[in-house]
Write a protein that binds this ligand. Structure first.
Ligand SMILES: Cc1ncc(COP(=O)(O)O)c(C=O)c1O
Length: 379
């Protein structure tokens, strides 16, 4: 057991800023001096870089990851009376965006190993109203997009990947946005590519989605003074400048995340009372979150409290599944198909350990040591 108590933060935003301060400051300065802060040249530059990063034809910057989802739904004509199939163990915004578009949320269970949507559960949820499947690449690992694509083709459905958490991830033979109509991203500060505030984007190869979302995000306008009803959801140029500077580091940061995940997994391999994250062979998990589960739900809150007391800012993502939130479904349209036992287990047992590229060996080893100490004493 390590004797010295240290503090381990959950996020490393300021460390990251300090490491690449000159690059971020230079881009922000460039925007400030350009005099163009909304839909200016920095946004154009970042959109081009983001499309190149994904190997897609288009990238469209919007206000946040939630808007990215519902703007894409609207561009695909999804609205009242349509059903979208997704999972309940995701951030609330996945379902919220479906409701904002006016559609019905249909929840199916998640895969017990990856916690992403279980393709085997999707077909039972399909009705004549089903329009879309919305897989979430939960914690930074891709859902089984090949199986989802097959189902979508058989039933003529569209697929929108909620990739708020997995920039840089890929499957064994597919990239993000390759097997779907579009993938959406969130750039809220804590994401693997995060700005100092809110931001989001859509990446797609579909020129229709690109054209419609570009118009919708800008008050229904693609030409000065010509409008049709739309919204205001643009990625500001200052955020685009921060993101452009950070995008160049995402690959090296992903490797660091994977390195810390490997160190956690090696250190915790013999713990008896927890389950470690599962990496699908051949997939690249980008560890937006490193999520362990207690084998017994009654252990979760105790372990979380113990870690917090030991100075480790562990958290839960997401301790209350959407369908278990108070007031669900708030007079909105929702269906639950079959048992969602895996999602419920995940919600009851999950603990996210500190995970960011700028962690140190001392911080990771201390966290491992404290968990092993708890594990030895757990009953
Ligand atoms: C899975 C998922 N979907 C959607 C969102 C919404 O993104 P934003 O907060 O940028 O609106 C987030 C993150 O916040 C998320 O984790």
């Amino acid at each position: 057991m390590l004797e010295t108590k240290i503090s381990v933060a959950f996020y490393g935003h300021v460390r990251q800023y300090h490491n690449i301060r000159a690059e971020i400051d230079a881009n922000m300065q460039e925007v400030l001096e350009s005099g163009q802060y909304v839909m200016g040249p920095m946004l154009q530059r970042f959109e081009k870089e983001l499309a190149e990063f994904h190997g897609t034809k288009y990238a469209i910057g919007v206000g946040n990851g939630t808007d990215a989802l519902w703007l894409t739904f609207k561009a695909l004509g999804i609205g009242r009376g349509d059903e979208c199939i997704t999972t309940t163990n995701t951030f609330f915004a996945t379902a919220e965006a479906i409701w904002i578009a006016g559609a019905t949320v249909v929840f199916v269970d998640s895969d017990p190993l990856t916690n992403c949507i279980d393709p085997a559960k999707i077909e039972a949820a399909i009705t004549p109203q089903t329009k879309a499947i919305v897989p979430v690449h939960l914690y930074g690992q891709c859902a089984d997009m090949k199986a989802i694509r097959r189902i979508a083709d058989q039933h003529h459905l569209v697929v929108i990947e909620d990739n708020a958490q997995g920039i840089g991830a890929h499957g064994d033979s597919f990239r993000i946005a390759e097997l779907s109509n579009a993938a959406t991203l969130s750039f809220i500060v804590q994401k693997n590519l995060g700005t100092f505030g809110d931001g989001g984007a859509i990446v797609t190869n579909d020129p229709q989605i690109d054209r419609i979302v570009r118009k919708l995000r800008n008050h229904g306008s693609d030409k000065r003074s010509c409008h049709s009803p739309g919204y205001n959801s643009r990625l500001d140029d200052l955020h685009a400048g921060v993101l452009s500077a950070k995008l160049k580091h995402v690959e090296e940061w992903t490797e660091l995340r994977r390195q810390w995940a490997g160190r956690y997994s090696a250190g915790l391999a013999n713990a008896r009372n927890i389950t470690l994250p599962f990496e699908v062979p051949g997939y690249r998990h980008v560890y937006h979150l490193y999520v362990i589960e207690t084998k017994r739900p009654e252990h979760r809150d105790g372990l979380l409290q113990f870690l917090n007391d030991e100075g480790i800012d562990a958290k839960c993502h997401y301790p209350i599944a959407i369908h278990q939130q108070e007031g669900f479904p708030w007079a909105h349209e929702a269906r639950i198909v079959g048992l969602i036992a895996n999602s419920e287990r995940n919600a009851a047992c999950c603990i996210s350990l500190p995970m960011f590229p700028e962690l140190t060996e001392e911080e990771v080893d201390y966290t491992v040591d404290r968990i092993l100490d708890w594990d030895r004493r757990a009953r």
